[in-house]
Design a protein around this ligand. Structure first.
Ligand SMILES: [Zn+2]
Length: 165
């Protein structure tokens, strides 16, 4: 039988094999320290992998991206009434800010949000978007430390790698 939704283990294997899931001693742009880092686009370099992860077959796909002014926007000329109804999907949900900004954009266009999903969701992040549950293929318990003093790797003097989102 073909399984359309890959198991959490299968997804983690893909993320490890492609280098999208990394283990080490990382400092995020927020200043938080963590032994894990996800660089999701690495998993989408390979067509086969992207196909497994891209289980949604939508009529239309819109990308909301951060513009140079720091504001998240759809590409120009996406008009009111054209996006409806809508499922919001992100590769990873950490704090939930990105998906909340995207939801606000969708609502500005007058569209109804009927679902929300991610490949990986940090269990420290939100599990709902308003009253819509956020579905994810992997629920990841990220170990995040607010400072170097609290970080176990800093206490072991492990070399730091600074990462971008
Ligand atoms: Zn540290």
């Amino acid at each position: 039988m073909v399984s359309l939704i890959p198991s959490s283990d299968t997804v983690m294997q893909i993320l490890k094999r492609t280098g999208a899931f990394r283990e080490g001693h990382f400092v995020y742009p927020s200043g938080k320290h963590s032994p894990n880092y996800f660089q999701m686009p690495l998993a989408f370099r390979y067509y086969d992998t992207a196909r497994v992860l891209d289980a949604l077959s939508a009529e239309q796909i819109y990308w909301a991206e951060k513009e140079t002014n720091g504001k998240r926007m759809f590409r120009q000329y996406v008009n009111q009434g054209e996006v409806n109804p809508c499922i919001i999907v992100d590769d990873i949900i950490r704090s939930g800010h990105a998906i909340e900004e995207t939801a606000a954009l969708v609502k500005e266009l007058g569209a109804t949000i009927i679902g929300c999903g991610a490949i990986v969701r940090f269990t420290s992040g939100p599990d709902h978007l308003d009253d819509i549950p956020i579905n994810s293929l992997v629920e990841f318990d990220a170990h995040l430390y607010d400072s170097g003093e609290a970080c176990t790797d800093c206490n072991k003097n492990a070399a730091i790698e600074y990462v971008r989102f």
